[in-house]
Design a binder for this molecule. Structure first.
Ligand SMILES: Nc1ncnc2c1ncn2[C@@H]1O[C@H](COP(=O)(O)OP(=O)(O)OP(=O)(O)O)[C@@H](O)[C@H]1O
Ligand SMILES: [Mg+2]
Length: 300
């Protein structure tokens, strides 16, 4: 592994050179290769078949697809929670099979789809502390990580609460915060916007944007096509355990791909449909759609 800060795609974090501040240089961001991965659960369900993906350092990738198409199973392979029954997962070209899950956790953070499978501590701050503490972080840096993670998801006011006294949407944000505090170079969010109101979605969008701006790789599973189109530069569509489409939102949401999307029980986002009808492409800005509509049919 290269030394911290050697990745040219990772800019120094703001404030990292301020005297007395805690250094916030991100560790090296690895490439990820999923090489012909197949996976069957022990009782026989075949969840992945021959999935291949290469994810470059710093990419933002959304994974979409109908329920049961294998999205969560796929990301659980990236942090070693599951091991493929066929094929390989590589970080920086090295097979992760012999790497202990605790070591992978320092590089690949995964916020679970179901927060209740992730949360276990008696109060919110302890939950967030757990991951970085396991990485050997202590003292002022640990306190700072907890405070920043709490602030990132807007849970400062409930730092001492029992996680199970929070509603589902806030438990989901807490699960996200506890992964954020580990500052992993790869951040994976399994359905982060589920159950969130507009403010919660905005917080998640902000988390994604900041992590991407820092040069981290961000992978999110989502059923929210608008969130996907607005926040990610690459979209993978899964169907029945395979990759059905893989490309930028402008291609995956383009009219030519709609039959494939609909075969995967997905609807293209409204701006993509409006953009196609108005001749603006698959990822028009809201302003461009409004301007084209205001111009009236004779000007279109
Ligand atoms: N722990 C498990 N044991 C057995 N089968 C499982 C397990 N988890 C998932 N499956 C099965 O594997 C397949 C893929 O499931 P997975 O959870 O990866 O899909 P998903 O795309 O994340 O779905 P969703 O959108 O509902 O979250 C499904 O048929 C599912 O029923
Ligand atoms: Mg899932």
């Amino acid at each position: 592994m290269t030394s911290p800060g050697s990745n040219p795609r990772v800019p120094p974090a703001p404030g990292s050179n301020v005297p007395g501040s805690i250094p916030r240089v991100l560790p090296h961001v690895p490439s990820i290769e999923v090489e012909a991965v197949s996976f069957a659960y022990p009782e026989g369900t075949r969840a992945l078949t021959d999935v291949s993906l290469r994810i470059e350092p710093g990419e933002t990738l959304a994974i979409v697809g109908q329920n049961g198409s294998g999205k969560s199973t796929l990301v659980r392979h990236l942090n070693g929670l599951l091991r493929p029954t066929g094929g390989r997962v590589l970080l920086d070209g090295a097979d992760v099979r012999p790497v202990h899950v605790a070591h992978l956790a320092a590089r690949v953070g995964l916020a679970f789809q179901n927060p209740d499978r992730q949360l276990f501590a008696g109060h919110v701050s302890a939950e967030i502390e757990f991951g970085p503490r396991n990485l050997g972080i202590r003292g002022a840096e640990l306190a700072e990580r907890v405070a920043l993670a709490l602030a990132a998801v807007g849970l400062e006011s409930v730092a001492t609460a029992n996680p199970y006294d929070l509603g589902y949407s806030r438990r989901k944000l807490l699960a996200l915060a506890s992964v954020l505090a580990m500052r992993t170079p790869v951040l994976i969010l399994d359905e982060p916007t589920t159950g969130q109101d507009a403010r919660g979605v905005a917080r998640v969008q902000d988390v994604v944007a900041r992590a991407a701006a820092e040069g981290r790789t961000v992978i999110a599973i989502s059923h929210d096509m608008r969130f996907v189109a607005e926040c990610f530069r690459r979209v993978v569509v899964m169907r029945a355990g395979r990759v059905a489409l893989d490309g930028p939102p402008s291609a995956v949401f383009a009219e030519a791909a709609w039959p494939e999307l609909r075969a995967s029980y997905l609807e293209p986002p409204l701006p993509a449909v409006a953009g196609a009808r108005l001749g603006l492409g698959a990822t028009p800005t809201g302003g461009a759609v409004v301007a084209a509509l205001a111009a009236g049919p004779r000007n279109r």
